[in-house]
Ligand binder design. Structure first.
Ligand SMILES: [Zn+2]
Length: 358
């Protein structure tokens, strides 16, 4: 693997930082060498509106067609980025500097091969389960497009680029986000939209669309690219998600539990989710923990005891008469206040869905 960035090398060796980097949509990557494009593929060009997410792979032939430029940022890190996106980024940067907001580019293009190297490397070091949980599947990261850019902030001449530090400047990010559309960019991972994008909020991850009009519409409406392109799973497309407020859990904690619940729900053919809500800190009682541990004990008696629980309530609609045939669902009915119960061992333990129902 090409060690292109001193910070990346540091990230690779620091457990906590590593975890934080890999758990985000942007983590797990060093930029690889740009592919040498064939003339034909190059001429065909790329679709700047292409959707790449956890369920939509990088379109075939992309790496031959995409034109990548290479530069060194202010920290002397090597950065690769798609050519038009780079020009647009430079214009955005200049526009921001007029308002005394300073940004730089952390990472943009990463080849599928580079991501595969990371998977292989981490599988050796940490095992298959770890990789499955934290490292993006090669071919399914928006960074493969070269159109996804991770910004970092420069404050008083000093780079601020760790995720946990960058989130401390919401006013700066609002100023940045307000100018994105003028340059053909959108904010890609919105707050409380994991259900649609598959990722928690990342103020630094922006996406180039090469279309100011479309970018403006998306930013004005505050919608995800998935919704704009009408690519949402119909089972969850109309669902309202309520994160409520929590002193126990961060939005990312709730997101990771939501992901586990949705993985189960979307296997229930014909059901459509109407609402899902965090049931609140009051639902995380000693009795709930004891109950989760009873269920855990029945399945995996040797596993570590849960010390945290999380409950969601939800409303959904059951399958039509035809689709419900042979299932336990009452057909075409509303199921309201259906609950979902999860447990985990410590903050890094990973949520386990233990039971659901009334
Ligand atoms: Zn990113």
């Amino acid at each position: 693997m090409k060690a292109n960035v001193s910070r990346r090398t540091f990230v690779m060796s620091s457990g906590a930082t590593l975890m934080a980097a890999l758990m985000s949509a942007c983590g797990g990557g060093q930029s690889g060498d740009a592919a040498t494009p064939s003339d034909a593929a190059k001429q065909a060009g790329i679709d700047y509106m292409a959707l790449v997410n956890k369920t939509h792979a990088l379109p075939e032939g992309w790496e031959d067609a995409v034109e990548i430029v290479h530069f060194k940022n202010t920290e002397d890190w090597d950065v690769d980025v798609e050519a038009k996106a780079y020009d647009a980024y430079l214009a955005l940067k200049e526009d921001l500097e007029a308002d005394d907001v300073y940004v730089d580019l952390d990472s943009a293009y990463r080849s599928v091969a580079a991501q595969q190297e990371i998977v292989d490397d981490f599988t050796k070091k940490y095992g298959v389960e770890y990789v499955k949980q934290y490292v993006a599947v090669p071919g399914y990261s928006e960074h493969h497009t070269g159109l996804a850019l991770d910004l970092f902030l420069i404050i008083d001449g000093k780079g601020v680029y760790e995720n946990e530090d960058m989130v401390l400047y919401p006013e700066l990010w609002s100023k940045i986000h307000a100018k994105l559309a003028d340059h053909g960019f959108i904010l890609r991972y919105l707050p409380q939209q994991k259900i649609e994008t598959g990722y928690s909020y990342e103020p630094w991850h922006i996406r180039y669309l090469d279309d100011v009009e479309v970018a403006s519409k998306i930013m004005e409406e505050g919608i995800t690219l998935e919704r704009y392109l009408d690519e949402l799973d119909p089972m969850i497309a109309d669902a309202e998600v309520d994160y409520a407020s929590s002193k126990l859990y961060t939005e990312a904690d709730i997101d990771s539990a939501l992901e586990v619940v949705l993985a189960e729900f979307t296997s229930w053919t014909g059901c459509t989710l109407k609402r899902i809500s965090y049931a609140g800190d009051d639902a995380c009682t000693a009795e709930e923990i004891a109950w989760m541990n009873e269920l855990r004990e029945a399945n995996t008696p040797d596993a570590e005891e849960f010390d945290q629980t999380l409950v969601f309530t939800s409303d959904f609609h059951s399958p039509s008469e035809k689709e419900a045939e042979g299932t336990a669902w009452e057909p075409d009915a509303d199921y309201n206040n259906w609950t979902w119960h999860l447990g985990r061992v410590g903050a890094d333990g990973g949520w386990q869905l233990m039971t659901w129902g009334y």
